[in-house]
Design a protein around this ligand. Structure first.
Ligand SMILES: CC(C)(COP(=O)(O)OP(=O)(O)OC[C@H]1O[C@@H](n2cnc3c(N)ncnc32)[C@H](O)[C@@H]1OP(=O)(O)O)[C@@H](O)C(=O)NCCC(=O)NCCS
Length: 176
């Protein structure tokens, strides 16, 4: 049974636009823990969202079953897959890591990323994490803006962090 996370915002009022390859606008947006039935959607979104350092199907399958990972899915009307987030936890560490965040291209700019980000923070806090960290490509303006508007502050830089040689900014959010 998937877990529905309590979310701090009223996402039900967000509406995703209709487009040729999307069903009619869903009325509600919710974030839940991913299940193995989400594997196809998770892998398809990974392929469309990232050009390097992708998670494979086997990695997603492992993360779905792992205590040290949490995969979240944003969906509308209880079935329409809109986006995902991947969190990692380490024993004896109060810092959780947001490894991945992605929204289906057709649904971007409608608050799906924000909903996943808030749900990730809620989930990490519930597991006792005091901070959430992430890395983001220095050329990813949309993601950087989203993170900064959601309370993440820049804490460092990793040179040539990604497979294609791009640097990463490191960000951290303190979980109150
Ligand atoms: C980053 C990403 C997850 C955001 O998802 P989303 O569902 O569009 O997020 P939201 O709708 O909640 O917010 C997007 C915000 O970025 C803004 N934005 C969109 N494109 C932008 C751009 N090129 N430059 C700056 N801001 C941009 C939107 O206006 C919106 O701002 P708002 O919060 O003031 O309304 C999505 O763009 C994505 O999946 N990108 C590909 C994967 C990726 O890069 N993931 C992050 C690194 S792990």
């Amino acid at each position: 049974m998937p877990t529905t996370l309590p979310l701090p915002y009223d996402y039900a009022r967000r509406v995703v636009p209709e487009s040729a390859d999307m069903p009619p606008a869903p009325a509600s947006l919710r974030v839940r823990r991913a299940a193995s039935s989400d594997l196809d959607d998770l892998v398809a979104l990974e392929l469309r969202s990232f050009s390097s350092d992708r998670l494979s199907r086997a990695q997603y399958r492992r993360h779905l079953d792992s205590d040290s990972a949490l995969v979240l899915v944003a969906s509308a009307n209880h079935h329409l897959f809109l986006g995902s987030a991947v969190l990692f936890f380490r024993k004896r560490s109060a810092v959780a890591r947001l490894y991945s965040l992605a929204t289906r291209p057709e649904a971007r700019g409608q608050g799906v990323g924000a909903a996943l980000l808030e749900a990730a923070a809620v989930a990490a806090r519930r597991r006792g994490s005091r901070a959430l960290r992430l890395e983001v490509r220095t050329d990813n303006a949309a993601a950087i803006g989203l993170y900064e508007r959601h309370g993440f502050r820049r804490i460092g830089r990793y040179a040539r962090y990604y497979g294609d040689g791009t640097d990463a900014w490191r960000y951290e959010k303190t979980l109150g």
